[in-house]
Ligand binder design. Structure first.
Ligand code: BGC
Length: 390
């Protein structure tokens, strides 16, 4: 997986940075000193500068891919990279960013653990004139965030909820209502409250689901519907599994009710929820009556569950493209320019609206898994079959 991602991202980055790479005739030389840059003829902009890349954790597959992808692309462009993962520990991430500033990083690319906990570190970065790119998750409560690259997170939630309705048969493939009125028993889960994305995912999803709750097509037997009640601190899979078990015990066991659908905000939580349902004797597959469970990230373990007819959907966010956008932004800043946003309204971090570049995501089900994930080279057919990244 690691190598495949690097190759894919490196190739993408090389395309994107085609001019610089060609002009440099062997850019990406180790150390990338200015001597290297000039000896190639045309100097690559700021080749050799150190860029700090701070990622939250390696326990969620995507962050490893993101980190390695950003690193490979930056190295390809001739930069040095300090890539750090913080094990989902806020003080560790704060310390890592402090070190990056002290070690002379010329730009920072940060996927924050707690979006509100980095103000001090970012002030130090600003004092040293270091541009900060917020990666995937918005960094909040700081003036010192220069650009934000992410996916359209509200639309991710819309996609999750729409697929839940499609899986239940309330909508057809074209998104039109089928006339199916249920009622269907569903339960809601949200991500970590300290992650700014989690609210966007949940609000996007509820913008689609709420009318069906209001009209009685969807019923939430637990009556747990508030973001803070359904949130999952730290995006912990075990927490989601335990909450699903508690919901079953509290609202289903001993009644005639069965869970028919679950809004799961990402694949890790979906797998925790699926385990809880399996442990409670739910059927093996959707075809046999297993509930419709959503997800996000196209993690290989969940992609296999989708192929096996257990998990209904995931959201594919091509992190290779996100890595490219972050690299592009860092390059622009280091060349004394400003990266081009495509959204200057949505992401207010509490101090100011951060100019953002939003990428699109895609709903994946068993029907389009191959064309979206395999044909694009994101996963190979063998990886999907085994459920393991190679
Ligand atoms: C990301 C998701 C990820 C989640 C948990 C969110 O900020 O956008 O892709 O599943 O964090 O790591």
């Amino acid at each position: 997986m690691r190598i495949r991602t690097i190759v894919a991202t490196g190739a993408g980055a090389a395309l994107m940075l085609g001019l610089a790479a060609c002009a440099g005739g062997g850019a990406g030389s180790e150390g990338g000193s200015s001597a290297d840059a000039t000896s190639g003829g045309e100097p690559a902009a700021d080749a050799g500068g150190l860029i700090g890349v701070a990622m939250p954790t390696q326990t969620v597959e995507r962050w490893t891919q993101d980190g390695e992808g950003v690193k490979a692309g930056l190295e390809e462009a001739g930069f040095e990279v300090d890539l750090q993962f913080a094990n989902d520990d806020i003080p560790t991430q704060q310390q890592q960013i402090e070190n990056m500033v002290q070690n002379g990083a010329e730009a920072l690319i940060i996927a924050a653990i707690d979006g509100t906990a980095l103000s001090g570190q970012l002030q130090a970065a600003a004092d040293a004139g270091i541009p900060v790119i917020s990666y995937d998750r918005l960094i909040r409560d700081s003036d010192n965030v220069d650009f934000y690259v992410t996916f359209d997170n509200f639309k991710v939630g819309v996609g999750q909820a729409t697929s839940l309705l499609t899986g239940l048969g309330i909508l057809d493939e074209s998104g039109a209502e089928t006339g199916e009125k249920g009622p269907f028993n569903v339960e809601l889960f949200a991500g970590s409250p300290d992650d700014n994305n989690a609210g966007f995912f949940f609000n996007g999803a509820m913008s689609v689901l709420q009318p069906y709750v209001d009209s009685g097509v969807l019923v939430i037997p637990s009556e747990q519907t508030e973001f803070n009640t359904v949130a999952t601190p730290g995006w912990q899979q075990e927490t989601a599994q335990t909450r699903m078990e508690d919901l079953l015990t509290g609202s289903y066991v001993g009644t005639d009710l069965k869970v028919q659908g679950v809004l799961a905000p990402n694949d890790g939580l979906a797998r925790g929820i699926i385990t809880a349902l399996r442990n409670n004797g739910y059927p093996e597959t959707i075809a046999d009556g297993f509930p419709i469970v959503t997800g996000q990230d196209a993690e290989i373990g969940s992609v296999k569950l989708i192929a096996d007819g257990v998990q209904y959907s995931t959201i594919f966010k091509d992190t290779r493209n996100l890595a490219e956008k972050a690299i592009e932004a860092a390059e622009a800043f280091l060349a004394g320019e400003t990266p081009e946003p495509n959204d200057t309204e949505t992401y207010d971090n509490g101090v100011k609206v951060i100019p953002s570049f939003l990428l699109e995501s895609e709903v994946v089900t068993a029907d389009n898994l191959e064309s979206v994930l395999v044909d694009s080279g994101y996963w190979t057919a063998e990886e999907v079959a085994s459920g393991q990244a190679s």
